[in-house]
Write a protein of this length. Structure first.
Length: 341
């Protein structure tokens, strides 16, 4: 199996100016933004911590945007989405013939991020051997592609993220003490949404406006009763779950079922049968094969979304509940763009 390449179009997109912001008027979010302002212009490696769905990728993008490297590429690697046996070649590249399927020499994400930022999402899921090799490059030492003999230098700032508490990383064998020390020259922690409830109305309104714009539909403020209900929920899926709820409201027009348990129960309810219609010569029918394909995709997308929310976006648990392989689930999440906002 050949690792995913970072194509020219991806690199070009990564080099475009980033227009991102971290919303929230709470005191804790003011502190987070202040830390980003102070750490961003430096070249320190940063470890971003927080529960799944809190916006760690957004923090990494802001750090890149505020650094001297902002004109360089921003390259993201989702460590759990790549098989452990392939992660090394994905990061460091490989030479032709290094393994079965390596038909051409290919640079890794590290080389692609030269003079820019490499964001390692969920670094705690990367094998310790790969972490150690990364530490060597962070010390300025050259590295070699898999199967290569030529030393390569890459000038890269590394930002990593994890949903595992810092104090548990070494204890649980997720990261060596050396790697933790090197990666965490600065630590930025994102609090869960339930600890900054005052930000919920602002975030909900932001997603409302964004989705209306994306869908080219007339804007209307969210119902006051809906926002009041939002303030009472714990949002275990954090900002990502809130975004999904606003999107679902705009599609369905209903906000009564906002919490995860109610949505899972609804997803398991079979759809109502439609009423019979008399044949009409002017009606255009979708081919049966295409209609079935659309229905299967929509059912699959919705079920995956509901199970992810039920497991608090723990993709490994979700894969087990859905009886599919972890890599298969990740491909479907990417294909359906589930959880992205």
């Amino acid at each position: 199996m050949t690792p995913n390449r970072l194509g020219a179009s991806e690199i070009k997109r990564a080099q475009r100016p980033l227009n991102v912001d971290l919303l929230g008027s709470s005191a804790v979010m003011h502190s987070v933004r202040d830390l980003i302002e102070r750490v961003g212009p430096s070249d320190l490696s940063v470890l971003v911590t927080g529960e799944t769905g809190t916006g760690k990728d957004l923090v990494a993008r802001l750090l890149h945007q505020k650094s001297e490297r902002r004109r360089g590429p921003y390259v993201k690697v989702n460590c759990p989405a790549i098989q452990e046996t392939l992660l090394e070649s994905e990061l460091f590249g490989y030479e032709r013939g290094a393994f079965t399927g390596a038909v051409t020499s290919t640079p890794g994400r590290l080389e692609s991020a030269h003079e820019g930022t490499l964001f390692l999402d969920e670094i705690s899921e990367a094998p310790l051997g790969v972490q150690s090799k990364l530490m060597m490059t962070m010390e300025g030492e050259p590295f070699m592609r898999v199967g290569g003999v030529r030393p390569i230098h890459a000038d890269v700032r590394i930002i990593a993220a994890t949903n595992v508490p810092v104090e548990e990383l070494a204890a649980r064998g997720k990261m060596t003490a050396e790697a933790l020390f090197r990666l965490a020259e600065a630590i930025i922690h994102l609090p869960p949404l339930r600890e900054r409830r005052e930000d919920i109305p602002l975030l909900a309104e932001h997603f409302n406006r964004s989705f209306c714009l994306q869908q080219e539909r007339a804007y209307a403020a969210l119902p006051d009763a809906m926002v009041e209900r939002m303030l009472t929920l714990d949002w275990e899926g954090n900002v990502r779950e809130l975004a999904g709820s606003v999107r679902e409201y705009l599609v369905s027009g209903s906000w009564e079922m906002l919490n995860r348990a109610e949505r899972v129960a609804r997803a398991q309810t079979p759809p109502l049968r439609g009423r019979k219609e008399k044949p009409s010569g002017s009606r255009v029918f979708v081919p049966l094969k295409e209609a079935v394909s659309r229905a299967v995709e929509e059912t699959e997308r919705r079920l995956i979304y509901e199970v992810l929310e039920y497991t608090l976006w723990n993709r490994r648990k979700a894969a087990k509940l859905l009886h599919v392989s972890y890599s298969s689930l990740l491909r479907r999440i990417d294909a359906y763009q589930i959880g992205k906002f």
